[in-house]
Design a binder for this molecule. Sequence first.
Ligand code: BES
Ligand code: MN
Ligand code: ZN
Length: 531
Amino acid sequence: MTIQFSTKIFPQADLQNAKLLKSSLKSLVSHNTDCLVLGFSEADLQQFSGAKAKPGLLSELDALLDGSLKHAKSLGDLDAKQASVCMLRAEKAWASNGVKAKRVLLLGLGDLKSEQNLLAYSKVARAGLKSLSGGSIENALWFMPSFVLDTGVATVADEVRLTIQYAGDQAYRFGVRQPAMKFKAKDAADTFRHLVFATNNSISKEVKLAVEQGAAMVEGMNLAKDLGNLPPNICTPSYLGKTAQGLSKKADLKVEVLGLKQIEALGMGSFLSVAKGSDTPPAFIIMRHLGGKANEAPIVLVGKGITFDTGGISLKPGEAMDEMKYDMCGAASVIGTLYSAALMKLKKNVIGIIPTCENMPSGRATRPGDIVKSMSGQTIEILNTDAEGRLILCDALTYVERFKPKAVIDIATLTGACIIALGHVHSGLFSEDESLVEALTQAGKSSLDTVWRLPLDAAYHEQLKSNFADVANIGGRPAGSVTAACFLSRFTEKYPWAHLDIAGTAWKSGAAKGSTGRPVPLLMNYLLEQK
Ligand code: BES
Ligand code: MN
Ligand code: ZN
């Protein structure tokens, strides 16, 4: 079961306008909902407190709620501090004032003057959504505290999409979506399943569109999370191919899956050198969402699809090796983003490309020292078979030249070094194209699925020199993420290109182990913000 999102228009609702305050509150509380969610600031609380109390948001609300707010305040439960929550349950007397809401959840917004930004809003939204979850609340009416309207960095649409993204994160249950995977300890779906955004005449159009986009994005994120979380004996290259093909029946997507013979015919010697150690055949997936004009150059997304990375003959240590099932999260984010784009009927041409295989040791596996020929014609000396992501991506990056792309972005759990550099906060961004850097950085800020730029200049290319081939596949320990990106850049000369290293952001380890669905929000916001 998935969570539903919708909007409801309260034509005049405006809590900033003193004249409309009373009628706005009246119309909101008289909506039949399990929980009405409202925000209030420190200034609102001051107006409500002490000898100098003046009429304002909280006093008007208190009148409708028959003194419940004063009571909560006297108990010390009403705090305007950012992201504090106060849940009020309906009492008999509420009904006589026309209140139909069964609960009112008050969210502390903090000091609005100094804290108006998307990050502040995100903390408030998370706290609010948490209070709605896990109990008996099934639906809620969410009146947007408009934090970001005038800050320029983000819009009310970003706020709405972010709220939906977090609600989706909170509702996600692997065991509910994949019941066959949890045999005994079954996950239960959250009771909270319908979030309604209250809008007024001035923002209703914008919010309605953002709700549709956000809901489509959650579908794509859920799919990306499922694919990441599924075990590597289920989520194989052919499973990814079948999943992508299945989507073409649900949304406006054309999907092609090339098999071993076709990959060989294309001359992808580098990709095949990774696939060859495994008994499971590779696949090369091509997804097209052509929502733009026929002659419009496409944006191409390329995702690393290693369904399990043992390291190959350069075998990884055993500890936490299970997490290498997540080495296809780049592919999952591309599949999820294309699905989202198709569901929201995005008016752009977007192509998703996924080279996918396993990296296994065997009698047929590539050895350290082997030299292979890439589709581009460049020869590669494979000095470490665990640096396999770049080997499958480089051929895909050559393949995409045929689309004459407007931009190519590859997404990959490429290097452990990226986790050392940036931790689990930002994805690594590598590009020499300033406008792509600018666009992806902005998309990161407006989705809070952020990136941080790392260098890619000539000096680092030195580390990739080989005595025996055109290029080596590793550049030693220093700046491991940078040399990996430098390797890829050698195959991207024909178009504007950016590389995202999502090794630290695509999944969480530890007790909360699981796929995050990142960077679907980043990619979606990037696509939405493209002119
Ligand atoms: N898939 C890994 C990168 C990775 C490691 C992501 C750990 C997340 C957590 C990649 O294929 C890999 O093994 N990279 C090597 C490169 C090295 C051999 C140059 C790495 O990072 O150690
Ligand atoms: Mn590896
Ligand atoms: Zn890998």
